[in-house]
Each structure stands twice: as C-alpha cells, then as structure tokens.
Ligand binder design. Structure first.
Ligand code: NAD
Length: 356
C-alpha cells in the first residue's frame, strides 16, 4: 500500500525524516495521533536493511503507542522514532545530539524516550539539544529503569485476571510459566514470589537461567514452556509467541505477561477467548513503563506517583474484562475499544471547542 493511503486510512498525522550525513544520522519520526497529548515514543536504533523497512516499522510502532497511552489513561499521544544504524558500532554522541535537534524541530509534538538500541545515556545527549525527551537516568533527575514499573504493572494486571477466574486476586500457590527471564520478568517475579506463587521459567540465555536458579526458581528448555501444566502462562520475551501453533499447547486459564505484540494475529486473541483462556492485553498490562516516564513530564519525577498510577492497571484490567463480557468480544478487542472510545470522545470535545 502507498504510504499516504496507509496514513490516511489509519489516522496518522505526520511522518518526518531527517538526515545529517556529517554524523551518519538517518532518522524517522512517525506521529500517529496527538489528540490526548504530545506523541511519546521510544527511539529504536536498528540496522534496517532498507529505508522503507524503517519507515514501516516507525509507522506501525507509533500507532501501537497511541493505543497504549489511551488505554492507560495517560495524557499522551502515540509516536515512534527510528534511527537507521547499528547501535553497537555506529552510535555516537554527535549522532544522538543531531537526533535531539531533529526532535526539537517538532516543537514538542514528539517526546523521545528509550527503546531497543538506545539507553538513558543517549537520552542525556538528546537532552543537550532539546527539552522534549524523557527516560533520563535517575542520576540526571529522570525516571530511570522502566522495567521496575513495567514488572509491577504486569503483576497488578495478572491479579485482576486471577480475581475474575478464581474469585480471588491472591496468587498464592498458583503455578506460573514465564517465557523469557530478562529485566521485566525479573522485577515481576519478585512480586510473585512474595505471594508464594510457584514459578517455572525459561530463557535462551544461560545467565538469565542462572539468575532464576539463584532465586530458587525451576527452569525448563525454551520449547517446553508452552507445555508446562500451569495456571498462568506469562510471555515476557519477544513478540508473536501466541499463535496457531502454540495456543493449542497451553494448559493455562490465564495468559498475562510483559512482552509487546504477543498475539501473532488478531485471530489469536479470538482463539484464546474460544478456548476459555483469559488474555490480559499486552499493551495494557505492560504500560507501567510509559506510566513511569509520564511522571517525568512537566514536573520533577515522583516515584510514588508513578507507582500509584501503575497500580491502577488492576482497575483498568478489570474494566477490560467487564467490557469483554458485556459486549461478548475478546479482551484484546475490548482494550482497543476502550482506547478508541477515549480518543473519539476527546477528539469530539476538541472539535466542538476549536477556536474560531
Ligand atoms: P530483556 O531483553 O531484558 O528480556 C527479554 C528476555 O527474553 C531475554 O533474557 C531473552 O534472552 C529472552 N528471550 C528472547 N527470546 C526468547 C525465547 N524465544 N524464549 C525464551 N526466552 C527468550 O527485555 P525486557 O526489557 O525484559 O522486555 C521484555 C519484553 O517486554 C519485550 O517484549 C519488551 O518489548 C516488553 N516491554 C518491556 C518494557 C520495559 O520497561 N523494559 C516495557 C513494555 C514492554
């Protein structure tokens, strides 16, 4: 599909490109929707094979951010930046500062933050050139490591699911199979262990598995995780792990985890519903990270406020379950609907009160 056709159909506002050959910067910022506030999104630094691939990735990821911010009740829109480069060998201070100047040209319509390939240190470089950046390290007055709140949010979302399925939000004695034991899963596991849940984890890296063993957690091979007899399956690795091949193997009654884009296709959300498995929409329960970042905007970062807002994922998940039940739709669709309704209502008010 042509880019303008796609942008028009899916409601994109802007696609900006910036080049600074002197520092090797090739950057793209996609802004999907700013109805609720400035578009906030990560800066993905990736060695895309073609410019086109980078543009489509920026567009796709920007739209997902609109839904995430809208469903999490944040005053933020959706956007995404991508830089075409190898973050390990080509990223420099000069490149990040040039990118900061690009962000500044958008006058606050886009707030940059970290993503695959970019770090809190990079945000500090960007901050030298623009104030429109969040996700700075705590040493620079920022909100620091997002995985702490993401892990808390996933835990709160899971508790809301447990209340629906077992009549109590206690996770005591529940068997939880966790796929991927990285930063988010590590934080999340601490909350689960405090409730005496029984964890089984897998990862593709031995150091991650050793970390799990040190915490007294049972580990299995990556392919075995789908077949673990458990109450809850928790994808915390990469996207696409819920699909037509893996869903029939699941024995859990709840699927809730931190990974982005867990469902390979929309149909997989419907399939989980058909099988009576309660699915916690990924972008809703993993929104603790962006909630944490939002607590950096406009005033000094306040960790207690970020924590309080992240804990509200429990109520948000409860609302998704309620809408899914009332409308007889999947929870994935219910979360989208809540986000779309919020966007539509704010858009309507803005249109009504637009200065003439
Ligand atoms: P991470 O890289 O620290 O952890 C991911 C772990 O998954 C790694 O240990 C990796 O080895 C493992 N893994 C990869 N493929 C695997 C496979 N096939 N089987 C088993 N393990 C596998 O990343 P993270 O920050 O913990 O993020 C995890 C997921 O959560 C990602 O999908 C990310 O996009 C999403 N997410 C993270 C945050 C955050 O605040 N960090 C916020 C929202 C969403």
């Amino acid at each position: 599909m042509e880019i303008f056709d796609y942008m028009g159909k899916k409601g994109y506002e802007q696609l900006a490109m910036y080049s600074d050959a002197a520092v090797g910067l090739k950057a793209i910022i996609a802004i999907h929707d700013t109805t609720l506030g400035p578009a906030c999104g990560g800066t993905r630094i990736w060695n895309y094979e073609t410019d086109e691939e980078a543009i489509w990735d920026a567009l796709r990821l920007a739209r997902a951010m609109t839904y995430k911010a809208a469903a999490a009740d944040l005053p933020l829109g959706g956007g995404k930046a991508v830089i075409i480069a190898d973050s390990r060998t080509q990223k420099t201070e000069a490149m990040m500062r040039a990118f900061g100047r690009f962000v500044d040209t958008l006058g606050g319509r886009f707030l940059a933050t970290t993503d695959v390939g970019s770090t809190g240190r990079d945000m500090e470089y960007i901050r030298q050139e623009t104030k429109h950046v969040v996700g700075l390290p705590t040493s620079a007055g920022g909100s620091g490591d997002t995985s702490i709140m993401t892990g808390l949010g996933v835990y709160m979302g899971l508790k809301a699911c447990a209340r629906e399925v077992w009549g109590s939000d206690s996770l005591n004695g529940k068997k939880i199979a966790i796929q991927g034991f990285g930063k988010v899963a590590f934080q999340y596991a601490h909350h689960l262990l405090k409730e005496d849940a029984h964890l089984v984890v897998t990862d593709v890296f031995d150091d991650a598995l050793d970390r799990a063993r040190d915490m007294g957690i049972e580990v299995v091979e990556p392919e075995q995780i789908y077949d673990v007899a458990c109450d809850i399956f928790s994808p915390c690795a990469l996207g696409g792990s819920l699909n037509k091949n893996t869903i029939p193997r699941l024995q859990a009654r709840v699927v809730a985890g931190g990974a982005n884009n867990q469902l390979e296709t929309e149909e997989d959300g419907e399939e989980l519903k058909r099988r009576g498995i309660l699915y916690a929409p990924d972008y809703l329960i993993n929104s603790g990270g962006i909630i944490n970042l939002s607590a950096e905007i406009g005033s000094a970062y306040n960790r207690d406020l970020a924590r309080e807002k992240t804990e509200r994922i429990y109520e948000l998940m409860g609302r998704v379950i309620q809408v899914s039940r009332q409308e007889e739709i999947s929870t994935a669709r219910a979360a989208d609907r809540i986000a779309e309704e919020r966007l539509a209502s704010v858009r309507a008010i803005k249109t009504l009160y637009r200065p003439r």
